[in-house]
Design a protein around this ligand. Structure first.
Ligand SMILES: *[C@@H]1O[C@H](CO)[C@@H](O)[C@H](O)[C@H]1NC(C)=O
Ligand SMILES: *[C@@H]1O[C@H](CO)[C@@H](O)[C@H](O)[C@H]1NC(C)=O
Ligand SMILES: *[C@@H]1O[C@H](CO)[C@@H](O)[C@H](O)[C@H]1NC(C)=O
Ligand SMILES: *[C@@H]1O[C@H](CO)[C@@H](O)[C@H](O)[C@H]1NC(C)=O
Ligand SMILES: *[C@@H]1O[C@H](CO)[C@@H](O)[C@H](O)[C@H]1NC(C)=O
Ligand SMILES: *[C@@H]1O[C@H](CO)[C@@H](O)[C@H](O)[C@H]1NC(C)=O
Ligand SMILES: *[C@@H]1O[C@H](CO)[C@@H](O)[C@H](O)[C@H]1NC(C)=O
Length: 409
């Protein structure tokens, strides 16, 4: 197992160095591998994608010892994405409206709309009290079309029809993923072609910078996290619906990731962390504001977030044009989802080959959540799009490095 993984990793990561053959007259067109995955490669990085949800299925980086680590959750093959019934939004594009919509409703130009609920199910509301990530058949449950594919880039497209999940108007979207040296970039563009509608997208990858191979701990709580621009967050009720208030991340409190980098597990004994991610939930599922002086150059003024593991030496710096950042600490993972064959510890059976609670983190660049229901925030023009207006655009750059900084406690 270990040898075959390393051999294929060497093949992927060494593609450029090994390219000594004479230049072909017409470059070969790449195609998906035997598992249905679309790989793209650049120096020090390989990433794979599947049409289902336009999902990132694999991201391979060499750790500080030169061992390739697959640092995102996913499935071993493209066909399993439609077979899986638990559906944790592994690596997909959440849309047409990311995060929660209060009471599954909103108003545009005086017209009330009701969308399909799928979150916080109760006996009185068996479908749910609100809508999460675009509804029960949101974008990350659907097959996108591969619009273009090269060795370093892939673009997916989707046409989301008028009325789907209750949303008004048709939306057409293009999602482009590109790799360059130790870097993964993405651009998400969406156009409302027929009616005004809410649009907010994000990538929903789950990260474990040790590739679930850390021999000392099953949890990722020793990862260090830093949100240098995030002195405040969106206040939420006990089912994670914004109350309308913006609250300070008090220095030294569990949500203070701005004053200095700290391990995500640092505050796990602090009573203030209980209910921080909803009723009876200890951990994180919070929308932090990214408060940069304007104007800013998002490619340079950053990172907006940094995640780092001392064990693997892998550091991820996230640059983005978005003005909020959601972090979820895998509070509801419970060892029922398997890790991939490319992950885990190969030479012993020390830990189960599943994803434990607090074993990963979702890092979502996006705008202020549920702003469509908080008009006093004045963000409608970043959330409601219509024919003839500007398109929705999200850009992000995920930059990897090895052995970059020391780890605080
Ligand atoms: C893509 O990579 C393959 C080898 O993996 C190579 O044969 C092909 O020429 C490359 N295509 C381009 C356009 O660089
Ligand atoms: C990272 O640092 C360790 C020592 O802590 C060293 O053994 C290793 O070679 C370094 N790796 C890289 C890629 O710089
Ligand atoms: C596809 O992947 C799933 C989960 O990763 C695995 O259970 C299944 O056996 C795989 N199927 C094939 C044909 O490899
Ligand atoms: C939720 O939306 C429904 C309309 O679908 C409305 O009748 C109800 O009053 C709303 N509830 C709250 C608490 O706003
Ligand atoms: C997505 O495509 C797969 C084949 O790759 C197919 O098995 C599945 O039924 C499709 N799912 C949807 C929702 O269209
Ligand atoms: C993880 O962090 C805790 C403190 O937050 C510390 O006690 C423990 O030794 C750390 N473990 C590793 C493997 O770094
Ligand atoms: C919340 O936690 C308390 C104490 O652990 C427990 O008694 C209660 O059943 C929990 N409620 C829910 C809804 O999980």
């Amino acid at each position: 197992m270990r040898f075959s993984l390393l051999a294929s990793a060497a093949l992927f990561l060494g593609v450029r160095a090994a390219a000594v053959a004479p230049a072909p007259i017409k470059a070969a067109v790449p195609s998906p591998d035997a598992n249905g995955k679309y790989w793209i490669h650049a120096e020090g990085i390989s990433a794979a994608f599947v049409p289902y949800g336009a999902s990132l299925s694999d991201l391979w980086i060499k750790d500080k010892n030169g061992i390739v680590r697959d640092i995102v959750t996913g499935f071993d093959n493209a066909s399993y994405y439609t077979v899986d019934t638990q559906h944790p939004h592994f690596g997909g594009v959440v849309g047409r409206y990311a995060n929660r919509i209060k009471n599954s409703s909103f108003e545009i130009d005086g017209v009330k709309y009701k969308v399909r609920p799928n979150d916080n199910k109760t006996p009185e509301h068996p479908e749910g009290l609100n809508t999460l990530h675009g509804g029960p058949d949101g974008w990350d449950w659907r097959n996108f079309t591969v619009a273009s594919y090269t060795n370093t880039s892939i673009t997916f497209s989707i046409v989301d029809p008028d009325g789907k999940e209750g949303f008004p108007g048709e939306v057409i979207s293009y999602i482009t993923y590109t790799v360059s040296k130790m870097q993964w970039d993405f651009k998400m563009v969406a156009i409302a072609t027929t009616k005004k509608t809410p649009i907010m997208l994000s990538n929903h990858a789950y990260w474990n910078l040790d590739g679930f191979a850390n021999t000392e701990t099953r949890l990722a709580l020793n990862h260090t996290f830093w949100l240098p621009y995030s002195g405040s967050r969106v206040d939420v009720d006990n089912i994670l619906i914004p109350t309308g208030d913006i609250i300070a991340n008090r220095k030294g409190s569990p949500n203070d990731f701005w004053s200095a980098p700290k391990q995500i597990g640092h505050s796990f004994n602090d009573p203030e962390l209980v209910n921080n991610c909803g009723y009876n939930c200890t951990g994180y599922d919070n929308c932090y504001l990214v408060d940069r002086p304007t104007p800013f150059n998002w490619r340079k003024d950053g990172p907006v977030a940094r995640l780092q593991s001392a064990w693997s030496g892998i550091q991820l710096d996230i640059y983005s044009d978005q003005e909020a950042f959601q972090m979820y600490s895998c509070n509801f993972q419970d060892d029922t989802m398997a890790i991939k064959k490319s992950q885990g510890i190969f030479d012993n059976a020390k830990f189960p080959r599943t994803i434990p609670k607090y074993g990963c983190f979702v890092l979502e660049v996006q705008d202020w959540i549920d702003a469509i229901n908080q008009p006093q925030w004045g963000r409608q023009d970043k959330h409601i799009f219509g024919p003839g207006g500007d398109p929705y655009v999200l850009q992000a750059s995920y930059r990897f490095s090895i052995n970059s900084t020391a780890t605080p406690a």
